[in-house]
Write a protein that binds this ligand. Structure first.
Ligand SMILES: C[S@@+](CC[C@H](N)C(=O)[O-])C[C@H]1O[C@@H](n2cnc3c(N)ncnc32)[C@H](O)[C@@H]1O
Length: 316
């Protein structure tokens, strides 16, 4: 799956996603992260009662999706934008209620595999990492201008990086840094030897910076809550997340929608749950099959959560 050669992106847990969403009532499914259109295509092929609104913040992804989904004609509408603008976009399209939604979070293989996008610690390129190249802040801006404490906190908050303080100090000592290879080297030299042997030492640093550049976690809760509120009775929602920070937010939004009380905070009385508007399709997150992992190592961290809107829940 290198740039320009293989498929744009191999959809993760595609069979499982389609099985859940194909049971949604007739109407519109919103694919909030349409990427190369892999999940979208599989769903449109399997579920003729559904049409699709696909959104992505990366114009390159939309081009790939448009090509892949061309055969579905007016069953597909594609829009450029961030998924926290979903409400405005659906209002503009006159689409009050939706039958299903899909959020397949994170980056695509095409983004990772193009060195000029600056997402990969394995390929040398500029320190960019913007999913939407029209936005202002790049990874280089953060790496070269954030103070040491801010850098350490980004690494801890967005990627649970245990060596965040050492890495932040090393970055500050060695900057300015311009390329992904320079950053990967600084990180590799900063972490203790045993950490270098586990996975690539720069993996978490790159993840944390990418999340910061694209403000991935701060917009997720609003977007998911808004999408769930638009589901018709028996409408379905699926989220695929790829790291614990994302999955924590997804789990909490899903459980709140299912009427569960949030876990009590130490020393505070328990907060009662809201009225349930969904049922969870499975209590635990599902993970990819061994067969899928054997052919797609990028699926390894995937967690799938799904829900169904209750028949008689309050509408938006
Ligand atoms: C894992 S890929 C999706 C792949 C897609 N499901 C497929 O089968 O090809 C994630 C996509 O979501 C997009 N994305 C990530 N965060 C987004 C956001 N907040 N708003 C819109 N698109 C986003 C990325 O640009 C990327 O193309």
């Amino acid at each position: 799956m290198t740039a320009g050669s293989g498929p744009y992106h191999r959809p993760v847990m595609c069979r499982e996603v389609v099985e859940v969403l194909a049971e949604a009532p007739a109407g519109v499914v919103v694919d909030a992260t349409v990427g190369g259109g892999g999940h979208a295509e599989a769903l449109l092929a399997r579920a003729p009662h559904l049409s699709l609104i696909g959104l992505d913040r990366d114009p390159d992804a939309l081009r790939a999706a448009a090509e892949r989904l061309a055969g579905y004609g007016d069953r597909v509408v594609l829009r450029h934008g961030r998924f926290d603008a979903l409400d405005d976009m659906l209002n503009e399209l006159g689409q009050r209620r939706i039958s299903a939604c899909l959020f397949d979070l994170g980056v695509s293989s095409a983004q990772l595999d193009r060195p000029e996008r600056g997402f990969s610690y394995r390929l040398d390129g500029p320190l960019d990492m913007r999913m939407d190249p029209g936005t202002e802040v790049t990874a280089a801006d953060i790496v070269n201008h954030a103070d040491e404490r801010t850098l350490a906190s980004i690494l801890r908050r967005n990627a649970d990086e245990r060596h965040g303080r050492r890495i932040a100090a090393a970055i500050v000592a060695r900057r300015p840094l311009a390329t992904t290879a320079q950053l990967a080297r600084v990180v590799a030299e900063a972490v203790p030897a045993p950490a270098r042997r586990r996975s690539h030492p720069a993996r978490r640093t790159f993840q944390a910076l990418r999340i910061e550049v694209n403000r991935e976690l701060e917009i997720l809760e609003t977007a998911l809550t808004g999408a769930i509120a638009r589901l018709v009775a028996s409408g379905r929602g699926v989220v695929l997340s790829y790291h614990s920070g994302e999955d924590r937010i997804v789990k909490s939004v899903f459980r709140r929608a299912a009427g569960e009380s949030p876990p009590p905070r130490p020393g505070l009385p328990p907060t009662p749950g809201n009225e349930a508007v969904v049922r969870l399709l499975g209590r635990r997150a599902r993970t990819p099959s061994e067969a899928e992992l054997a052919v797609n190592h990028r699926a390894s961290a995937a967690r799938l959560r799904a829900l169904e809107r209750l028949p008689a829940s309050p509408s938006v």
